[in-house]
Structure formats: C-alpha cells, structure tokens
Design a protein around this ligand. Structure first.
Ligand SMILES: Cc1cc2nc3c(=O)[nH]c(=O)nc-3n(C[C@H](O)[C@H](O)[C@H](O)COP(=O)(O)OP(=O)(O)OC[C@H]3O[C@@H](n4cnc5c(N)ncnc54)[C@H](O)[C@@H]3O)c2cc1C
Length: 541
C-alpha cells in the first residue's frame, strides 16, 4: 500500500504514545498519517508490566508523577472498560525488609489519597494469619501485609484500539512501515520518507511531524539533526502461562528494589529489572542472570515459585528522560513535549519519557502543541470519548457464547478484546472452530483480525488475538493459524511454512532463558513434531 500525499500531521511510532497522538489529532479533525516500523504496540508498550497504575514508588521522590498518572489512569479505565481489570496486590512485610509494616501502611495511607482518581479502593492492613488465609503460598515468616489496588490492561489491544479509532476518524495508519529519513527545507521539517514491508519507498508531506518513537526517539530526532536526550533502561519479565497466586504479590529484590508478581487474567507476569541500556534497541536479549534475579526476589516471599513452569520472557527499554547519576529506579517517569523549532527544525515535535498509564495525557499535550503550531482550535476529547467497543455495554458472555456456538471462556476473551463489537467479529465470516485451544481463539476472530486489524504475520496475530500466548506456546496452533492467515493473504504453501518458522524462531529467543530441564525436553518434542510437519531444518537455528 502506498500512502504518499499531504497530511496535516505525520506521527512516527505506533506505540501507545504515537497511537494516542494519532487518535487525539484525528478526533480534532486533522488529517494524520501514523507510521510504525514493526507492529502496533510491539515496542516498549507491549513489553510493559501491563499495568495502568499510579506508581506508589514515585511517592518517595516525585508526587507529581503519581498524581498525573493516577488522574490519567482514571480517564483510561473509563474509556477502555473492556480492556482493563482490577489487579489486587498483597504486599507482605518480612522481618528484615527496608520498610516495616508501619512504614508500609503509612505509604499506603498516602497513596489512598490518590486512589479515588483512578477509581481504585483504599488499602487494608492484614495480620500474618489473614494474609496467609488469602494467599497460602506466602512465606509464614511475614509479619503482616497491606493490600493495594491497581488496574491491568492488555497493552497491545490498548494501542490497537487507539489506532482503530484514529482510522475511524480519517487517519491512515501503516504498520511494518519504517521512516527512513525526514525531508527538510530551510530550517523546517516538511515530511518523511518511509519504506513499507514489501520494500516500496514513499514520502509524505506534512505541516507537522511528531516523533513518538519511544526509546528510538533520539534516533528519529537525529534524522532532523536535533537532539532528544534519554537514559534508556531495560526491563524484563518472566511470563507464566497460568495463575500462580490468588492475588498479585509485591516482593523486595536482593538489592532492595520492588518486584511484582502480577496475576493478570489467565497468566502471571514476574518483573521487572531496571538497568541502563547501551545496546541495540532492535535486539534486546534476556540473559539468564536477569531471570535468576527475579526468581530469587519472588522466592523469598513466595517459596514455591520455582515449581512453576515459565513459558517465555519479555524485554523492553524504557524511554526515560535523561538524568545524570541517579539509580535507574529513582529516575522520574516524567515526560516532555519538545518543540524543535529553536534547534533549527521547525514543524518537528518530539514526545519523550512518560508511562503507559498516562499515555492519554501525553498525547493530549503533544496534540495541543501541534494545534498551536497549526492555529487549529479544536479541543481534546479523549478523556471522555470511549474507545471502540465501549460505546455500549456488551451482552452477557454466556449469551454471546450461545449465539456464536463457542465456549463461554472464548466469549469472555473475545469481549475483553472487542467489547460490545464482539458479535460483529464473529459475524464477519469464518467458523467458530477453536484454533488455539489454550487461549481459546476462534478461526473467525483470526480472519477478522487479518481482514480488519492489519495482521500480516503470526507475531501480529499473537499481539492482536492472543494466538500462541498459552501454555503450548503455539506448538498446537501456529501451523493452523498460518493456514488461516495465509488463505486471507494469499500466501503459497511455502510462505505459510516460512511464516510459522519465523514465528517459532522469534518466540524461541524469548523462551530459551526460562526453559528448565523438563522445558527443554518438551520444547524438543514440540519442535520435532513441527519440523516433521514442515519438512524443514532446525527451526531454532
Ligand atoms: C519492563 C517495562 C515495564 C513497564 N511497565 C509499565 C507499566 O506497567 N505501566 C506503565 O504505565 N508503564 C510501564 N512501562 C513504561 C511504558 O511501557 C512506556 O513508557 C510506554 O509504553 C512507552 O510507549 P511509547 O509509545 O512512547 O514507546 P514504544 O511503545 O516503544 O513505541 C515507539 C514505537 O516507535 C516505533 N519506531 C521507532 N522508530 C521508528 C521509525 N523509524 N519508523 C517507524 N516507527 C518507528 C517502534 O517500533 C515502536 O513501536 C514499562 C516499561 C518497561 C520497559
């Protein structure tokens, strides 16, 4: 597809920030082109802890970030009801923790003042016995616990919902399309050159270009000979394909950092690390030491953690604003909207720093800056306009299940992704056959995602509908999914095998750091079976 032409605004980067900016500007009536070199949300946004939170941690040194993110979280949970769910934490306190139970409770009392902003409940203090009753897996050594409520979100769908709404309001949005250069004329940035997945080079002219490329924003800024200064910080997670605990649990790492074991819907995320990153942003590997560090910290409060089988890891790089000297953890999560006109690049604006939990506010301030430049008067509506699928209440999941002939769990999952549009997804063609039994995902939903949600690879399908996200990590569904997408996109048989091989190879990089002895054996069997089917060489090479 070639989207050459003229726009009011070109937005570079389809993470949560760029998608939010594209939506905001489109709702204000401006013509927008949004370009993403990979897939929607496949950068830092998808590698996050999947939380819309206020960050009680920042209360120690940055109240304003806590206030802003709780306030914006309140808007996000209202406009994206189908995508969010409550996540209740137990914070156990052990005898030698850096905070005793009184200090911990005081911190939560302060956080409680912010909680109503994001429609969350105040904390409770639990005795050791109460905490053990609620969460029998906790160590009996704890002296007590406090509770804390946050929100979980599927970041991939949150990003895509913003893209979808931007498109519904006139934007063009291209994934797998890399900006390769900025077009400049006498101190102004007037457009962008880009290359689509099939290698076609194009250019688009615009009155303003927005750099929303997260940790890549210094790279993008350099295309206009200007600077964005970040202190990028790498963070990893371990993913368990099931619930391990009744509640989410917080723990202290060996170096006194806060770690989280987050009980999301049907899976668990353990994270995260926070380390200065100097490497290649397009190849962020997880090392086994990072996995050991996380497991060690969680084991201290939840001793049985090593008995559970992890399915993969995730890694991302935070686009943190630059600051010299502070430890990575203490760096502010503030953001900055930078107008580069004074650096000789008029018409070029960067948005840097921030958090997923306040993406909407970041997008609003960036869009305000764009509108000021263009002399455009329209006001921001994103705090009140529901995202797609949230305009009305969804029907009960059991009713949807009967209407569509699918299990209730499949109907519930469908609704978490599409809200009140779920039935429309099933009506678009394709059968109600379950392609991915672990999750479960229907053939009809994958067809819909390929036709209407820009799925072009199996990894896109993983992000859009959760294919291969469950315990089998795709062993049972990747080839079937390649068939379905291949039929829609007219892939030959060998292209279908190539797509499956590419997915397995990519997924393997994230899986290798967490495969224990039993995991390696299972992996070899699963890959052997798949190799047999594909009549191909070793897919892990
Ligand atoms: C481990 C970890 C856990 C986190 N957990 C949370 C959390 O739970 N809650 C929270 O609020 N925040 C969390 N954060 C922070 C949050 O994830 C980020 O602040 C946010 O997702 C950044 O979004 P973004 O859109 O700015 O960047 P990204 O999501 O990285 O998006 C930038 C996009 O730009 C694209 N791009 C780059 N160059 C080009 C180019 N030349 N052409 C086209 N496209 C380009 C990239 O492919 C990328 O998709 C976490 C961060 C990490 C690393």
């Amino acid at each position: 597809m070639n989207a050459s032409g003229s726009y009011d605004v070109v937005v570079i980067g389809g993470g949560v920030t760029g998608a939010g900016v594209a939506r905001d500007l489109s709702l204000r009536g401006l013509s927008v082109l949004l370009l993403e070199k990979g897939d929607w949300g496949a950068g830092t946004s998808g590698a996050s802890s999947w939380m819309i939170h206020g960050g009680p941690r920042y209360l120690e040194f940055d109240w304003e970030t806590t206030r802003l993110s709780t306030q914006d979280a309140g808007y996000i949970v209202t406009i994206a009801r189908n995508l969010v769910y409550r996540v209740l934490f137990l914070i156990p306190v052990l005898p030698h923790d850096k905070n005793n139970i009184e200090r911990m409770e005081t911190a939560m009392e302060v956080y409680d003042r912010f909680q109503p902003l994001k429609k969350a409940h105040p904390h409770r203090r639990l005795t050791r016995e109460e905490a053990l009753r609620a969460e029998p897996g906790l160590t009996p050594e704890m002296v007590g616990a406090v509770t804390m409520e946050e929100w979980g979100v599927d970041p991939h769908r949150l990003v895509f919902a913003n893209v979808q709404d931007a498109v519904a309001h006139g934007a063009r949005a291209l994934n797998h399309t890399r900006v390769t250069a900025l077009i400049r004329d006498a101190g102004k940035v007037i457009g962008a050159r880009y290359r689509t997945a099939d290698g076609v080079e194009s250019e688009a002219r615009a009155r303003v270009i927005v750099n929303a490329s997260g940790p890549w924003s210094p790279e993008t800024a350099a295309m206009a000979d200007v600077k964005v200064e970040l202190r990028p910080a790498k963070g990893i997670h371990i993913v368990y394909p099931h619930r391990i605990s009744n509640f989410s649990i917080s723990a202290e790492s060996i170096d006194g950092r806060d770690l989280l074991m987050v009980a999301h819907g049907g899976f668990t995320l353990v994270g995260t690390t926070d380390d200065d990153f100097y490497g290649d942003l397009d190849s962020v590997d997880v090392i086994e030491d990072e996995v050991d560090y996380l497991v060690q910290g969680i084991e201290r409060v939840f001793p049985s953690i090593r008995q559970y089988r992890a399915v993969r890891t995730t890694a991302g790089v935070r686009p943190t604003l630059f600051k010299w000297r502070r430890y990575e953890d203490e760096l502010s999560r503030r953001y900055e909207v930078i107008d580069h006109s004074e650096q000789g690049a008029d018409g070029f604006i960067s948005i840097a720093g921030g958090k997923l939990s306040m993406y909407r506010l970041m997008a609003e301030e960036t869009s305000d800056a764009v509108c000021r430049k263009l002399g455009h008067q329209a006001r921001c509506e994103t705090s009140v306009r529901p995202l797609p699928g949230n305009e009305s209440d969804p029907m009960p999941a059991a009713e949807l299940a009967v209407r569509c002939g699918i299990p209730t769990l499949a109907a519930m999952k469908l609704q978490t992704r599409h809200g009140s549009d779920a039935e429309k997804v099933m009506d678009d063609g394709g059968t109600s056959r379950l392609l991915c039994r672990c999750e479960p995902v229907t053939e009809a939903e994958l067809i819909f995602a390929t036709r209407h949600e820009q799925v072009r690879t199996l990894a896109d399908a993983f992000r859009r509908v959760g294919i291969a996200a469950g315990p089998c990590a795709g062993a049972a569904c990747v080839l079937r999914a390649a068939e379905v997408i291949g039929r829609e996109l007219d892939w030959s048989a060998s292209q279908r095998f190539d797509a499956a091989r590419e997915f397995v190879r990519g997924a393997w990089l994230g899986r290798a750091p967490v495969l224990g002895q039993a995991g390696w054996a299972e992996e070899e069997m699963a890959q052997g079976a798949m190799r047999g089917l594909m009549e191909a060489g070793d897919v892990t090479r």
